[in-house]
Design a protein around this ligand. Structure first.
Ligand SMILES: [Zn+2]
Length: 412
């Protein structure tokens, strides 16, 4: 079977998709269910129909485009990604997995291949958290990681509820029907740009993702006591910022102490009240991001940080309140998928390397209900979520070839 990729057509489609944007080119801003997002969805629907795929859109707007296999009674093979884009982003994040997935299916159709399992292309709703403050909205609901009740609580910054926004977008189904059964898919593969520099640095065109790290987020509020920076003497102080500073150092230690390169922890936000040079900080809020590919080790870091917060609060006599905002479990890729991908690379003579996804993707949530894996392709300087995000045509082509070959294997 010979798989040929129609690269110039795919590049044109990526360019057209990028034109649905609220920011002038080369920037792309496409927030979920904005007018531009709806126009982009209509464009994609047209392309899916032209490829003779059968369309279904669920109540949250996840789109499924199915190439029916010879045996309708066995689970399908899934592929896909997202097409929403954060403000002033580029044109490749997510879109390469949707349009590349479409081209992989068309390439298989052209080759004369007849799949036994159906092959289904997914375009997930709101992978980016821009509008509703939560990432991977579509795939969370689809995998049961987010309940319909919790989804109904979500509001955008204008105070519009998710359901209101969905109704305005013409989606009036029940969120209860979004959840897919476990093992609905025989396997799921997502093609995505790396969003990091490793492949480019090593000169390797394909990364096979072995694990997806997931962030856990803490918000820590510290309440001490303020006062005049000259009048209150050092022994009498309960400085909230100094407790925050010690907590930030404890966060660093929590990650370093695991002695694993996959453990990372960051204090990325620290706000101090009242924020005057001659006032002792009475309040501080820090936000902490903790990631690992191993759940037990990640949870170990979370416990260490909690314990440090408590000890530092007691020592400095400040009140410390720790809120765990979010703690998604990391995922391991399925050997079913990683083996199909490495076999595809070998058959195509394409060099590859195993790697960890440090960012999370819809695949993190698909992995809860199906054997899942990801293909990474290089992006220039590791840049993403910026207008100068770039993946070369050759790298996109290789990614689609590997995807098509893996889909064919999995669908047999
Ligand atoms: Zn993405």
């Amino acid at each position: 079977m010979e798989i040929t990729i129609e690269l110039s057509r795919l590049l044109n489609e990526l360019e057209t998709l990028a034109s649905f944007s609220d920011a002038p080119a080369p920037a792309v801003t496409r927030v979920v269910f904005s007018a531009q997002d709806l126009a982009a969805r209509a464009y994609l629907h047209k392309l899916f129909c032209e490829a003779q795929l059968k369309l279904r859109t669920d109540a949250v707007g996840n789109t499924f485009a199915r190439w029916a296999g010879a045996d309708p009674n066995v689970p399908a093979v899934g592929t896909g990604s997202h097409t929403d884009a954060v403000p002033h982003a580029g044109r490749y994040d997510g879109t390469v997995g949707v349009l590349g997935g479409l081209e992989a299916i068309r390439a298989l159709q052209r080759s004369g291949f007849r799949p036994r399992r159906s092959i289904e292309l997914l375009a997930f709703t709101s992978e980016e958290p821009t509008r509703f403050g939560i990432g991977c909205l579509g795939s969370r609901l689809l995998s049961g990681t987010l309940s319909p009740e919790s989804a109904r609580q979500l509001k955008d910054s204008d105070g519009k509820s998710l359901e209101e926004v969905l109704r305005q977008a013409g989606l009036d189904g029940s969120l209860e029907d979004v959840r897919l059964a476990n093992q609905f898919y025989h396997g799921f593969v997502e093609l995505h740009i790396e969003q990091g520099p490793l492949l480019e640095r090593k000169g390797i065109p394909i990364g096979i993702v072995t694990a997806i790290a997931a962030p856990a987020t803490f918000r820590v509020r510290i309440e001490g006591s303020g006062g005049h920076a000259g009048a209150v003497l050092m022994p009498d102080r309960r400085d909230a910022f100094l407790a925050a500073a010690e907590i930030a150092l404890a966060v660093e230690s929590a990650a370093k102490d695991t002695r694993s390169a996959d453990s990372v922890a960051t204090t990325g936000v620290c706000s101090v009240f009242p924020g005057a040079v001659n006032s002792i900080p009475s309040r501080a809020v820090v936000e902490i991001d903790v990631r690992d590919t191993d759940l037990a080790r990640r949870d170990g870091m979370l416990s260490a940080i909690r314990a440090a917060c408590e000890a530092i609060g007691a020592k400095r006599q400040v009140r410390v309140e720790v809120d765990l905002i979010n703690a998604d479990a990391p995922a391991q890729a399925s050997p079913l998928i990683t083996e199909a991908l490495s076999a595809s690379c070998q058959a195509l003579g394409i060099e590859f390397m195993p790697m960890v996804s440090r960012a999370y993707h819809d695949s993190l949530f698909l992995s809860r209900i199906a054997p899942t894996g990801m293909i990474f392709i290089p992006c220039r300087n590791g840049v993403s979520h910026r207008p100068d995000e770039y993946a070369s045509p050759e790298d996109i082509k290789r990614g689609v070839q590997v995807l098509a070959s893996a889909l064919a294997q999995l669908a047999q």
